[in-house]
Design a protein. Structure first.
Length: 275
């Protein structure tokens, strides 16, 4: 199936925003890099793919553990940043622009990992079948994906704060269509993995709070305008960005602590399976 829409999306404004917010995103998402690494246990010399690696934070951590990771991502601006980061730190991690659902490793892999990079395939069963074919027998899979939007306050709160300004409530995406919350349903994830030939698929719930980027309400509101489902609604509905920002900043002020930091609930699956 065709991933063109997502490839265009991640090479356009979304990719640029992820580059701009990369350091803040990595701090916010660090708990999930650790959760994936705890599940995956990459060993020295192991060949690893980081699926939808973005700016490469997880890939670089895997390389620090002595493994040999390659990050694959459709987004050229994010892969450029990942390569710059690897060069700056002398990392042996490598990066390639590519659609992970159609990518074949030069040698079979020990491990496939991802932090929020596996929910964007038009045909997830085809994608996970292809990725399994690139694994050694018994190879491991470990990834993080969001549970449903309604359980993820970090994404829901800015959407609710801006609701009165939206021309229409954002329509829920059609079932099964790619997007950040498309792997929210545990049975769906297990079905995708089983139908694509992975065995022993298991999901563990991660629940906690994550710290939003930004040292004050203005910076945090700016981040919330750029990242997450609200940013899509703003672009699609051509909304007045400054009005939306004011509404979000007001809500951030209510949610933040005395130091101006905002910690919001996140709900994630840590998924494991074997090739
Ligand atoms: C939510 S971001 C996560 C980025 C990164 N894993 C992180 O944790 O910072 C999703 C990433 O998946 C990538 N992506 C989407 N579809 C893809 C595909 N078919 N193949 C490879 N990467 C893809 C996007 O370009 C984007 O970088």
């Amino acid at each position: 199936m065709d991933n063109t829409a997502q490839i265009d999306y991640w090479n356009g404004a979304a990719g640029q925003k992820w580059v701009k917010e990369a350091d803040g995103l990595d701090a916010m998402l660090l708990p999930f890099a650790h959760a994936v690494l705890d599940a995956a246990q990459p060993g020295p010399g192991e060949r690893v793919i980081d699926i939808g690696c973005g700016a490469g934070a997880l890939t670089l951590l895997v390389a620090e553990n002595g493994a040999e990771p390659i990050g694959v991502d459709v987004s050229s601006p994010l892969i450029d940043l990942a390569r710059r980061r690897a060069a700056a730190t002398g990392s042996n991690a490598t990066f390639q622009v590519g659609d992970a659902s159609a990518w074949t490793p030069p040698e079979k892999l020990d491990l496939a990992i991802s932090r929020f990079g596996v929910m964007f395939f038009a045909d997830p069963v085809q994608a996970f079948s292809g990725m399994r074919a690139g694994m050694k027998p018994g190879g491991r899979l470990a990834f993080a994906c969001w549970r449903p939007l309604l359980e993820n306050e970090w994404a829901l709160a800015p959407m609710v704060a801006a609701m009165a300004l939206l021309k229409a409530p954002p329509a829920p995406p059609p079932p099964g269509s790619p997007g950040p919350f498309s792997f929210g349903d545990a049975d769906h994830v297990k079905r995708v993995l089983t139908e694509s030939g992975w065995s022993n698929a298991r999901l563990a719930a991660w629940d906690g709070k994550i710290e939003m980027p930004g040292l004050n309400e203005d910076e945090t509101a700016e981040f919330m305008l750029d990242i997450g489902p609200l940013s899509r609604a703003i672009a699609e509905q051509e909304l007045d960005r400054s009005a939306v920002k004011s509404a979000i900043a007001k809500r951030v002020r209510e949610l933040s602590d005395e130091k101006g930091r905002t910690r919001l609930k996140a709900a994630v699956w840590i998924v494991e399976a074997s090739a």
